[in-house]
Design a protein around this ligand. Structure first.
Ligand SMILES: [Zn+2]
Ligand SMILES: [Zn+2]
Length: 560
C-alpha cells in the first residue's frame, strides 16, 4: 500500500441512497482536493409513485461525478438488487469506468447491458466471492454477508488513510439456505486491524430484535402450502432466490409442480442456475401446460407482490392472464412485505383477488411467511461490536432512519457519527469526520424512455394537467389583425353540470378570449406570443371563477 502524502484526504460522498431507501450511489474519493481519484460503490434506481405520473424508474443525477469521469477508477456493485444495480445500464455511458461484480450479480448485469445494447462497450470483471480488487490507492476486499438475494457483499476498502467497511445490504442470517454465512471472522479481523469508518445499512434501525432466518420461512411456507387444497399461487420477489427455492421445495413436498409466472421469475431462475443453484429440482412447468394439471398438483410462483400493474399477479387478478386464472377455492400467499409507498396498489390487488373468491395469506395474519433482508437493532449492535469503527456513517435510509442509526451508534460508544444527505461530501480523514462540501445531487426520471431532470417542464405540466385539466384554444387572425372566425375552445378533464353545462362554459371562455384580443392593439395582435399570453391569462382568470382552478391553457394561433 502506498503512503499518504501530506495533503491527501479520504472522502465519502453519497449521491443517492442517503435520505431515502433506494437508488444507492456511493462515492469514495482519495487524494489532494484538486486531484481526487474516485471509486463508485453501487449505482441503483428507485421507483416512481402517484406523484410522478408516467414515470416508473428514477435514478440519481450523476452530474457532479460526470465532470470527473476520467478520475473514476472503478464501479463496484455489492449485490443485484435494483436499488444497487438498476441504473448501471442507463448511467454507465456517462461514467465509462470498469465494472466489478461477483458472478450472480455479473450475470444479471450482463442481461441489462445486453438489453441496453452496450454490453460490448463495457469492461465488466467478475470477481470471486471474498475476492480482492486493487484500484489505484484503494484496495478492496469483498466480504460475504447474508441478505435476501444471492451473493450479498460487504466491501472492506483499504486506503493509505484508513480502512472503511462499506456494508452494503445485510442481515445476520444463521441459516440463509443458499450461499455462505456472514463472514464474521473477516469483519472481526478488520476490527482488530482498525476500522476508520463503517458505512452501514439503516433500513430496519427502528425494529427491535433480529430479522429472522430464511430457514424459518421455509418451515412456515412448507406447513402452509402442505395444508392447502386447490390452486396455490405464491407471490414473492424473484430476486430472493432462497425464497423461490423454499417455495419450490415446499410445492414438491406437497406433490405440486411449479409454474413460474412473470418475466423476472424466469430471469432470476436463469441467473440462479448460472451459479449452480436450483440443482436437483424438477423442471418448471410452462403456464400453458399448467392448465392441464389438476388444481391440487400445481403451484404458481408469481411476480407482482407489490401490486405492480403489469406484473403477473395483477394480470391474474384482473382476469387478463392468458393461461393462469385464480378463483373460488384458490389460495394466494404473499411471501413479501409491503414496501412503503405501495400500500394502496397492494390493497387494490388483494381486494380484486378476494373478490374472485381467492383466499389470501399475508405476513400480517401468518407471521413467519416472510422475513426482512435487513439488520434489526440486535444485528446492528453485533456488527458494531465486530467492526468497532471510529466513525459511524449511516446510509440506506430516510432521514429518520439515518439519525436514529447515528443515535444507536453513539449509544454503542462509536466515537464519531456523521449522517450526510445526498450531495454532502464527508471528509473521513485526516482529522475529525465532517461535511466539507455540498455538491450537486438530484434525480433523473425515465420519462417516455428518455432520461430527464426531475424538475423537467413536461412532467410538471403533466402533473398540473392531471389535477387541473387542459383548455385548448384555436384563434384564427387575418392579415389586418382581425379575427377570421369564431374562437374555438375545447377542454380535457374539465366538468360541467346541469346548471352549467360544459358547452356553455366553453362558450363563455371563448367570449373571454375574444374580449382579451379586442384589448390588444394591432401590433399586439400581430405578435403570436402576445396573443397567446392575453388569451391564456383571460382563460385562467375565468377558469378560476368557474372551477376554482387554473388549467393548462394551450393556444394555437393561426394566421389566415
Ligand atoms: Zn438496498
Ligand atoms: Zn438489497
Amino acid at each position: 500500500m502506498i503512503k499518504a502524502k501530506p495533503d491527501d484526504e479520504l472522502v465519502f460522498l453519497p449521491l443517492g441512497g442517503s435520505n431515502e431507501i433506494g437508488m444507492n450511489f456511493n462515492l469514495y474519493g482519495y487524494g489532494p482536493p484538486h486531484a481526487r481519484k474516485w471509486i463508485v460503490v453501487d449505482l441503483g434506481v428507485t421507483f416512481g409513485d402517484l406523484t410522478t405520473p408516467g414515470v416508473e424508474v428514477i435514478m440519481p443525477d450523476p452530474r457532479f461525478i460526470e465532470e470527473h469521469a476520467e478520475d473514476i477508477i472503478g464501479i463496484v456493485l455489492t449485490h443485484a438488487h435494483e436499488d444497487h444495480i438498476g441504473a448501471v445500464a442507463w448511467l454507465w455511458p456517462r461514467l465509462k469506468a470498469p465494472l466489478y461484480a461477483t458472478p450472480f450479480t455479473a450475470f444479471l448485469l450482463r442481461e441489462k447491458l445486453r438489453d441496453a445494447g452496450i454490453l460490448d462497450q463495457v469492461d465488466l470483471t467478475e470477481v470471486p466471492l471474498g475476492g480482492r480488487i486493487t484500484l489505484g490507492p484503494f484496495e478492496l476486499d469483498l466480504i460475504t454477508l447474508t441478505h435476501s438475494i444471492p451473493e450479498p457483499n460487504g466491501v472492506a476498502i483499504r486506503t493509505p488513510l484508513g480502512v472503511i467497511l462499506h456494508t452494503g445490504d445485510w442481515k445476520i442470517d444463521p441459516d440463509p439456505l443458499l450461499g455462505g454465512l456472514t463472514d464474521e471472522d473477516a469483519i472481526r479481523k478488520l476490527g482488530d486491524e482498525g476500522v476508520l469508518a463503517m458505512v452501514c445499512d439503516s433500513t430496519n434501525v427502528f425494529v427491535d430484535g433480529r430479522a429472522g432466518s430464511e430457514a424459518d420461512v421455509r418451515e412456515q411456507l412448507g406447513k402452509l402450502i402442505g395444508s392447502l387444497k386447490g390452486k396455490v399461487a405464491v407471490a414473492c420477489f424473484a430476486s430472493n432466490v432462497a425464497r423461490m427455492d423454499s417455495v419450490i421445495r415446499s410445492a414438491e413436498a406437497a406433490g405440486r409442480r411449479v409454474c413460474l409466472v412473470g418475466r423476472s421469475m424466469h430471469r432470476m431462475a436463469a441467473a440462479a442456475r448460472s451459479v449452480g443453484l436450483f440443482e436437483g429440482l424438477a423442471p418448471f412447468i410452462s403456464d400453458a401446460e399448467a392448465g392441464f394439471f389438476p388444481d391440487d398438483q400445481i403451484l404458481y410462483l408469481c411476480t407482482g407482490s407489490q401490486g405492480e400493474p403489469r406484473a403477473a399477479l395483477a394480470r391474474i387478478a384482473e382476469g387478463d392472464h392468458n393461461h393462469v386464472s385464480l378463483g373460488k377455492g384458490s389460495h394466494c400467499i404473499f411471501s413479501s412485505r409491503v414496501i412503503p409507498g405501495n400500500e394502496i396498489a397492494i390493497r387494490n390487488l388483494q381486494n380484486k383477488l378476494a373478490d374472485r373468491g381467492v383466499r389470501l395469506y399475508t405476513e400480517r395474519d401468518h407471521p413467519g411467511i416472510h422475513v426482512s433482508g435487513h439488520p434489526c437493532r440486535d444485528e446492528l449492535k453485533e456488527m458494531y461490536q465486530w467492526a468497532r469503527p471510529q466513525i459511524a456513517v449511516p446510509t440506506h435510509g430516510e432521514r429518520r432512519h439515518l439519525l436514529e442509526h447515528a443515535a444507536l451508534a453513539a449509544d454503542l460508544q462509536v466515537p464519531e457519527q456523521v449522517s450526510p444527505r445526498n450531495g454532502d461530501m464527508v471528509r473521513l480523514a485526516p482529522g475529525r469526520a465532517e461535511i466539507i462540501d455540498e455538491v450537486p445531487a438530484g434525480r433523473l426520471y425515465v420519462d417516455g424512455g428518455m432520461l430527464t431532470p426531475a424538475d423537467d417542464e413536461p412532467l410538471k405540466e403533466r402533473r398540473h394537467a392531471a389535477g387541473n385539466g387542459v383548455l385548448i384554444v384555436a384563434v384564427a387572425i387575418d392579415g389586418r389583425g382581425r379575427l377570421a372566425s369564431d374562437i374555438e375552445v375545447r377542454s380535457i378533464g374539465l366538468p360541467g353540470d346541469a346548471d352549467d353545462p360544459l358547452e356553455g362554459l366553453l362558450d363563455r371562455l371563448a367570449e373571454a378570449a375574444k374580449d382579451a384580443l379586442k384589448r390588444l392593439d394591432k401590433d399586439g395582435r400581430d405578435d403570436d406570443e402576445r396573443v397567446e399570453q392575453a388569451v391564456s391569462r383571460a382563460l385562467k382568470k375565468l377558469s378560476q371563477r368557474i372551477w376554482s382552478r387554473r388549467p393548462v391553457v394551450e393556444t394555437l394561433v393561426v394566421r389566415v
